[in-house]
Unconditional design. Structure first.
Length: 317
């Protein structure tokens, strides 16, 4: 696959460049020149493949890595994902079933295996994280089909925290590729920066989280184009507040919802989930559960929603 920059479409980059650097020479973010899309038949066929095979197949789309399911198994184990269905149409994808007991470990090991000892650091690049999140999310969807948690063609919602904005960006790309994702719920701790962006169309340069800036730039490029990115970058560089007009905000935030949940919310959710499901949820998934509660309080309980379990929960019960 070839890539272009969010700040100019004149230059083309190889997949290798996205593996060894976060930004292009002009400071832009790498985005696919042409995003692959799944046919209905290909989506139906996902349930016939194992999680590790799907992760390998999707990563091969973006990196031409000749990955196999054995490569994924060697990196993160044979069964790194386990689904847990709960009450109220909520499912948790436990992605910590590996020797490191965390999703971060899974991402790092897959990145290392992808790099194959080339000029890579130990920390995945921005695009590598998004691509791995994307591959895992599609694998999770297939697990849900196989476990009959979801029916073929049934639209699902997802809820992720904004500290892992690469996963939010990955869900946006997965939806563009044909995976039936409805609303992407973004749960934010306390400060409300992403809430302002999605619901008011503003982002203060002084409050912009560096971990989210590149993902926001990619979403701006994908929804509003290069001119919006140019304005966004100018505002960040000159410490001004980036502002979208209402028509732009509606386009940018289509299918996205943000909730602000205080850090103390997780403990309340953990206790509530345990009482109602006899299941211990981890802190980050609990925060996203809280964001989902806010979304449903506003819109009514609706579609089946998926959360990522990013680390093995610790329980004193």
């Amino acid at each position: 696959m070839l890539y272009i920059s969010t700040r100019t479409e004149n230059d083309v980059y190889t997949a290798h460049k996205t593996m060894v650097s976060d930004r292009t020479e002009n400071g832009g973010c790498y985005v696919p020149f042409s995003l692959p899309a799944f046919t209905k038949e290909e989506i139906a066929g996902l349930k016939d493949k194992q999680f590790n095979q799907i992760v390998a197949d999707v990563l091969n789309l973006f990196f031409s890595a000749r990955f196999t399911d054995l490569d994924v198994s060697f990196a993160v184990g044979k069964n790194p994902c386990s689904m847990h269905a709960m009450n109220h149409r909520i499912a948790v994808a436990e992605l910590w079933h590996n020797s490191g007991r965390s999703y971060d470990f899974l991402v790092e090991k897959l990145y290392t295996k992808l790099c194959n000892h080339e000029d890579c650091s130990n920390v995945p690049t921005d695009w590598a994280k998004i691509a791995i999140d994307l591959a895992v999310l599609i694998g999770v969807y297939a697990e849900m089909l196989r476990d009959e948690i979801v029916d073929l063609g049934q639209i699902i919602d997802v809820s992720f925290d904004t500290e892992h904005f690469s996963t939010i960006c990955a869900a946006w790309y997965a939806r563009k590729m044909g995976i039936p994702i409805g609303t992407i719920i973004c749960t934010e701790k306390d400060n409300g920066t992403i809430w302002d962006l999605l619901h008011r169309g503003t982002l203060s340069a002084s409050h912009a989280d560096n971990s989210a800036v590149s993902a926001v730039e990619r979403l701006l490029f994908g929804t509003l184009g290069a001119e919006a990115v140019k304005e966004f970058v100018d505002c960040l560089e000159n410490r001004r507040t980036f502002t979208m007009v209402e028509e732009e905000r509606v386009v940018f935030s289509d299918g996205l919802f943000c909730s602000v949940a205080g850090s103390d919310r997780a403990a309340t959710v953990i206790n509530s989930v345990y009482r109602s499901n006899a299941y211990t949820i981890d802190n980050e998934a609990a925060l996203c559960y809280g964001g989902l509660q806010d979304y449903r309080a506003r819109n009514g309980e609706g579609r089946l929603t998926v959360l990522f379990g990013r680390c093995a929960p610790v329980s004193d019960r």
